[in-house]
Design a protein around this ligand. Structure first.
Ligand code: AMP
Ligand code: ZN
Length: 485
């Protein structure tokens, strides 16, 4: 194994930047809370998923193997609200499940399309569990909590006994002394004013899909989903758990209570949270008209990879204000690196050893940039500084190249560094890779159009690909291959 670069991250549990030392040397287990699939993801959600992709790719670039699990929340209050409203009162449980699945399938598919467009392919995940596939594990976990005196049943619902866990509040740093012990809550989301017994299992209400359980028919609460999936997949301990900052309380606090309450041991070593995205200075909301999905940006003519850069060039723990000016600046920055890359890939090579070498050794410059890049990334993913190291190299070598061309080996050395950093940022690939990704994305869009029986759109994409010199090979089972004409 090549040597590992140590990486330090801010840990919400301790409120300090701490080195990550995985349970198994060189291998990171990473669990990130995935989307609730009842609508398209908005660009704020995507900020969080892009930060987690950066986190994963940084560890991979630093030499670690990463097993990344992201769940799909496909049963939850809002999903039920939106999927059941058209159904008649007399609908059967099976029909209710079908309606729920139709909604979540549709938005899970849309979600993966958006992720692919911003450079997060499905293949990058080791596990993508859907909550509805883990109901038995959730029931078993709740039973364990009951056995340990940490859960109690009331009217067919089961609640977590918060008073039973002395370290409840450790993640959100709740001041338990000053807090009132509240009553039990049935909602999945609530404020931190009082310590509430939260719901693990919800008794069925009329008009809801349900599962059978030892407490009668019902469905899981949101928090139990992640504890059950994470522990079923990774076991009782985990290196890194991540989500957006709004998940610290109550979601992650409750996850700790469930998992540690059941095992009696420490569950997660590092809790890593990404800050929120604001739009033009305000919280995103439909009524303010500043609520954007990735599809809205694409319609306005912006490239998803430019959006990726606009997000990732800012530190993940700083509140970020999204603006269209910011997207334009991101485009300029990307163009600068891409133009530089083309220049380095260009043919005009061999030049002699001029006296300039003493003033500026390109290989040494690359080493210096690489060092600065990794020093910044290793220090809590300091992307603004890491990118600054790339721009310094670009300026230095552009200035030098104006005077005398670099020799091929030197250019290859520069290109290797660009590949290494592109593996994390996905912004300045070798041109052909770029085209491949674009073709794959269009093929995915065409598949989606076909699935939606939108033949006009499917034909339009086929013609567009044809005009790009790409021939599609449709096969019987629906998969599509392609080749260059
Ligand atoms: P949800 O689909 O609502 O479960 O959210 C998916 C992820 O997006 C969670 O990790 C949230 O913390 C995160 N999130 C929600 N809104 C924002 C926002 N405005 N900025 C950044 N992350 C967000
Ligand atoms: Zn979760």
């Amino acid at each position: 194994m090549t040597s590992l670069r140590p990486i330090a991250l801010f840990n919400t549990l301790t409120r300090r930047v701490e080195p990550v030392s995985p349970l198994e040397p060189g291998a990171i287990s990473l669990y990130t809370c995935g989307p609730t699939v009842y609508n398209f993801a908005h660009i704020g959600n995507l900020r969080t998923f892009l930060f987690q992709d950066l986190l994963k790719r940084t560890f991979q670039g630093a030499g670690y193997g990463v097993r990344h699990c992201m769940n799909i929340t496909d049963v939850e209050d809002k999903i039920i609200r939106d999927s059941q409203k058209e159904l008649p009162e007399a609908a059967s449980n099976e029909e209710r499940h079908q309606a729920m699945k139709a909604l979540t399938d549709r938005f899970t598919q849309a979600f993966f399309e958006d992720l692919a467009a911003v450079g997060i392919p499905q293949e990058g995940f080791a596990y993508l569990p859907r909550a509805t596939a883990y109901i038995p594990q959730m029931i078993t976990l709740i039973q364990t909590l009951e056995e340990r005196g940490l859960a109690y049943e009331r009217d067919g619902s089961v609640y977590y006994r918060v008073a039973g866990l002395p370290h409840y509040g450790c993640l959100a740093h709740l001041d338990r002394e000053g807090m009132q012990l509240g009553t039990s809550v049935d909602a999945d989301e609530y404020d931190r004013e009082s310590l509430s017994d939260f719901v693990l299992w919800k008794a069925t209400k009329p008009g809801e899909p349900c599962w059978e359980s030892p407490w009668g028919s019902g469905r899981p609460g949101w928090h139990i989903e992640c504890s059950a999936m994470s522990m079923d997949i990774f076991g009782p301990r985990l290196d890194i758990h991540s989500g957006g900052i709004d998940l610290v309380f109550p979601h992650h606090e409750n996850e700790i209570a469930q998992s540690e309450g059941a095992t009696g041991e420490k569950w997660v070593n590092h809790w890593v949270h990404g800050e929120f995205l604001l739009v033009e200075g305000e919280k995103m909301s439909k009524s303010l008209g500043n609520f954007y999905t990735l599809r809205d940006l694409v319609e306005k003519g912006y490239d998803p990879i430019t959006f990726r850069y606009a997000i990732q060039s800012n530190h993940y723990r700083k509140l970020l204000n999204f603006s269209f000016d910011g997207l334009k600046a991101a485009k300029n920055a990307l163009d600068r690196i891409r133009t530089f890359r083309k220049r380095m890939e260009g043919a005009g090579d061999v030049a002699g050893d001029g006296p300039w070498k003493e003033a500026l050794d390109p290989v040494e410059r690359v080493e210096k940039a690489r060092h600065a890049f990794w020093e910044a990334m290793a220090d809590d993913l300091n992307t603004p500084e890491a990118l600054a190291a790339i721009f310094t190299l670009v300026s230095d070598l552009n200035a030098q190249d104006d005077r005398i061309a670099l020799i091929r080996e030197e250019r290859d050395f520069v290109l290797a560094f660009l590949d290494e950093t592109n593996a994390i940022f996905q912004g300045w690939p070798h041109e052909e890779d770029n085209l491949d990704a674009e073709v794959e994305a269009l093929i995915e869009q065409r598949k989606a159009a076909k699935a939606a029986k939108n033949w006009a759109e499917s034909d339009r994409i086929r013609d567009l690909l044809k005009s790009m010199g790409i021939l599609l090979e449709d096969r019987k089972d629906g998969t599509v291959g392609w080749k260059r004409a």
